[in-house]
Design a protein around this ligand. Structure first.
Ligand code: GLC
Length: 419
């Protein structure tokens, strides 16, 4: 197992990108997700920071500082940051649409799941560097305030994402629904995403226009759960030096949790679903995907938790030989399409396993958490740290290799060693 930690450490070190950015006219230091995804991705960086905090906390801090250094006046932190260009980036049609070139072409105009609170807490847990925390906590809070103020158009406490990529689960099957793709043809969803980006680009990514159009306005279960977890992490950090702020942020987090439980739970199907907006109407996206299981990482009512665990541990739904599938196996949209780049349509991913296993352990379901941990470690031992895996035989297919966030699997070594 020590060997696995060393492999993870070497992989992460090999993905370091550093130097002077002509684009930003300053130094940068980050870890790219892999060699193809060469740039800095928001939630990938957040996961690298979580793993690196334990292996080499100075490196983790540097990546954190690079990420937060791009924060805008209003608190926004982008999803992809282009510190350096490569010749081939000119041919990246999606990326060109994802930037608001009226403002800048150096980063995308989208966000990604707000994992940064958890990464920030992990740095503290591993360094106890309160000075670092005090220096940066205002910026992290400002990011969450951005989400609250700019990304909650109906002011119900839940954040809306405006493209599927903002969820980090780009082509996950529940996004077929707002696109009207009832046949669940992945090519159709891809076409719709392209159309969406083209339209947004024409509007210079103006949020007022975007929300007014209701083209894609989704209160996503996993995004909002991660938002809530991030706020709890922030409250915990404030607790080390400012009890009033701790109370304030905890209340905010409790309110978000409350809203997740009340708005996104569907009694008939006994599971959580994301909602999409069309004007004032809200419609559940009734496809069981990994996103539906995320609230088990929060302390939700017991009967919700029991139902989620039943879905998770069901061999006809999410419990494949290498769990946890990103789409429930009994859904017509289930792929898993391991040999294509239509991602998140059934393959198993280590970052989502990490959320679920940690959540289960926290809720006292240690045996189930350990089952996920064991299977995940088996995957990386057999196939290496890949972007995703086939949920039946584990083969990575067209997945990226030497993939940064999959080193989260080494956290499972510690989980297995706990009682
Ligand atoms: C894919 C994933 C996204 C990730 C990115 C870089 O687009 O869906 O979550 O951040 O690759 O690894």
């Amino acid at each position: 197992m020590e060997d696995l930690k060393e492999k993870a450490f070497n992989l992460l070190k090999n993905n370091i990108k550093k130097g002077y950015s002509k684009n930003f006219k300053r130094d940068f230091f980050y870890l790219s997700p892999d060699s193809v995804h060469f740039h800095q991705w928001f939630w990938d960086s957040c996961f690298h920071i979580i793993v690196m905090s334990k292996l080499d906390s100075e490196t983790a801090k540097k990546e954190f500082e690079t990420l937060i250094s791009v924060q805008q006046e209003d608190g926004f932190i982008p999803h992809i940051i282009f510190w350096q260009w490569r010749l081939k980036d000119r041919f990246q049609k999606w990326w060109q649409k994802e930037v608001n070139s009226k403002k800048t072409n150096l980063f995308t105009a989208e966000i990604q799941p707000p994992v940064i609170g958890l990464s920030f807490l992990e740095i503290y847990k591993n360094t106890k560097d309160l000075e670092f925390i005090k220096e940066n906590i205002g910026k992290v809070e400002k990011y969450y305030l951005y989400l609250k103020e700019k990304r909650d158009p109906d002011k119900d406490g839940l954040i809306s994402i405006i493209t599927p990529m903002e969820s980090g689960m780009d082509m996950c099957a529940h996004y077929d629904i707002p696109f009207g793709n009832t046949k669940h043809d992945p090519l159709e969803t891809k076409r719709k995403i392209t159309e969406l980006l083209t339209q947004y680009k024409e509007w210079n990514w103006d949020l007022d226009k975007i929300f007014e159009s209701s083209l894609f306005d989704v209160e996503d279960v996993s995004f909002n759960t991660i938002y809530c977890l991030g706020l709890y992490a922030l409250a915990e950090l404030y607790g080390t030096f400012d009890k009033n702020k701790q109370k304030e942020i905890k209340e905010w987090a409790d309110n978000v949790k409350e809203k997740i439980v009340h708005k996104l739970w569907f009694e008939e199907q006994q599971i959580y679903f994301s909602l999409y907006h069309h004007g004032a109407s809200e419609t559940p996206m009734e496809v069981k995907t990994i996103s539906s299981l995320f609230p088990l990482t929060l302390s939700i009512p017991n009967f919700h938790l029991n139902h989620l665990i039943t879905h998770l541990h069901n061999e006809r739904e999410f419990w494949s030989p290498y769990p946890v599938t990103s789409v429930s196996m009994d859904e017509p949209s289930f792929g898993p399409l391991t040999d294509t780049r239509h991602i998140w349509r059934g393959t198993s991913w280590i970052n989502t396993n990490w959320f679920l296993a940690n959540g289960l352990e926290k809720q006292g379901y240690t045996a189930l958490a350990k089952k996920i941990a064991r299977k995940t470690i088996e995957l990386v031992v057999k196939f290496g740290f890949c972007e995703y895996y086939d949920p039946f035989d584990g083969h990575p297919g067209k997945a990226m290799k030497n993939f940064g966030w999959s080193t989260l699997a080494i956290d499972f070594i510690d989980l297995l060693n706990r009682n």
